[in-house]
Design a protein around this ligand. Sequence first.
Ligand SMILES: O=C1O[C@H](COP(=O)(O)O)[C@@H](O)[C@H](O)[C@H]1O
Length: 250
Amino acid sequence: MDTKVYRTSEELGAAAARYAAQILNEAIAEQGYARLTLSTGASQLDTLKALVQMDVDWRKVEMFHLDEYMNLASDHPASFRKYLKEKFTDLLPLAKAHFVNPEGDVAQNILDLTNEIRKAPIDLGLIGVGENAHIAFNDPPADFDTKEAYIVVNLDEACKQQQVSEGWFKTMEEVPRQAISMTAHQIMQCKVIVSCVPYAVKAKAIRSLFEHEVTNQVPATILKTHPHVTLFLDEASASLIDVNSLATSE
Ligand SMILES: O=C1O[C@H](COP(=O)(O)O)[C@@H](O)[C@H](O)[C@H]1O
């Protein structure tokens, strides 16, 4: 795992977006199209803000959504569909945007999305890490075994608490108990993974990621087994690890 540390979240976002654009442009040059998976959350804002400014032929890019709360309406302030529309898909002339739809016939929605994502490999995944070290909504202990593309998961208390702390929901009771999540297996199918993890609230999760061998108790540890993953940190999220021992620090 290549790890880069930047002074601020803004610098991290700018650097990650430049790298992401390069991967997308290489895929477009090679295949004529690129397939991208996007995560959401406060930690992804600076990267997405910079990414939409990048010189990419967005008409050749297809986007897949990582996860969504079960039964949450798309106009709810915490909806990840709303987030992605406002911060990404409504701003760009994408070839196609595939959202996780948690309303109506969820089993059919998951099947349809699975059929779409399995049509071709995903070139780039921008995969955030939660305060409990989850990737997508795969909270600990995460299911590392299922080969499904998307599953319904129960959210743990730490995950729900994070959503309240960040202001997406007013109370713990308001946070849905379940979500639809891309699986760890499907995330690992991305050809290239860029994981942007800024802010001091993520420092413990980052320390756990470095301290532990691969374990579903620290779901993000699975990223360490991917051949092309770059972890983008800021000084705050890297504050509990030995930055000098890392391959790259900027
Ligand atoms: O809850 C989630 O966690 C990560 C990080 O979110 P953040 O709110 O801590 O920035 C996010 O990337 C992922 O899509 C979502 O499931």
